[in-house]
Design a protein around this ligand. Structure first.
Ligand code: MN
Length: 149
C-alpha cells in the first residue's frame, strides 16, 4: 500500500485535501463520498480503511442499495486515512475538481478478502448490509459492486 499515486496527482498548495500519511492503525471504518466532479460528473467514492490507507473505488452510478443491482466500481489510488473526514471544494482545474461531501460513514466488518474479491458488511447511518466487490477478469481497475444477504 502506498500513497505515492495520491500525492503525485495533487498540488497540496492548491487543494484543501489532506496530504496525509500512511497510518499504522486501521479501525475498519469506511466513508462514501458524494463527489460532484466537474469532469467526471456526480459519483460516489467508496473508501475502506485497510492496511493503513483508504482503499478507494469510484462508483459512477452510485452505491447500489437494492439486491440484484450490480454497478461498476473503478478502483482509484489509495487515499490517506485522514481523508475519511474530508469534505470540501476541490478547485476547478485540480485533480477531482468539484464538491466533495460525506454521503455516509461508519464501520465495516470484513467477511472475506483476496486479490479479486472483498466481502464486507457496511454499518453506516444510511447504508447497512452485506456488500461484495469483485474484480473483473483481465481488467486492471474495474470491479463490480453489489449487495447481498
Ligand atoms: Mn471522486
Amino acid at each position: 500500500m502506498s500513497l505515492e499515486k495520491y500525492k503525485k496527482k495533487r498540488k497540496f498548495e492548491k487543494t484543501p485535501e489532506p496530504s496525509g500519511d500512511y497510518s499504522e492503525e486501521s479501525k475498519n471504518r469506511f466513508v462514501i463520498h458524494r463527489h460532484q466532479a466537474k469532469k467526471a460528473g456526480l459519483h460516489h467514492d467508496l473508501r475502506l480503511e485497510m492496511e493503513g490507507v483508504l482503499r478507494s473505488w469510484a462508483i459512477p452510478k452510485g452505491t447500489p442499495q437494492k439486491k440484484g443491482v450490480k454497478r461498476l466500481a473503478i478502483q482509484t489510488e489509495d487515499h490517506p486515512i485522514d481523508y475519511i473526514d474530508f469534505e470540501g471544494e476541490i478547485p476547478e482545474g485540480q485533480y477531482g475538481g468539484g464538491k466533495v461531501e460525506i454521503f455516509d460513514q461508519g464501520r465495516y466488518e470484513l467477511v472475506e478478502k483476496d486479490s479479486n474479491k472483498i466481502i464486507f458488511t457496511l454499518k453506516g447511518n444510511k447504508i447497512r448490509g452485506r456488500y461484495i466487490l469483485v474484480k473483473l477478469k483481465d481488467q486492471e481497475n474495474q470491479w463490480l459492486i453489489f449487495t447481498s444477504d
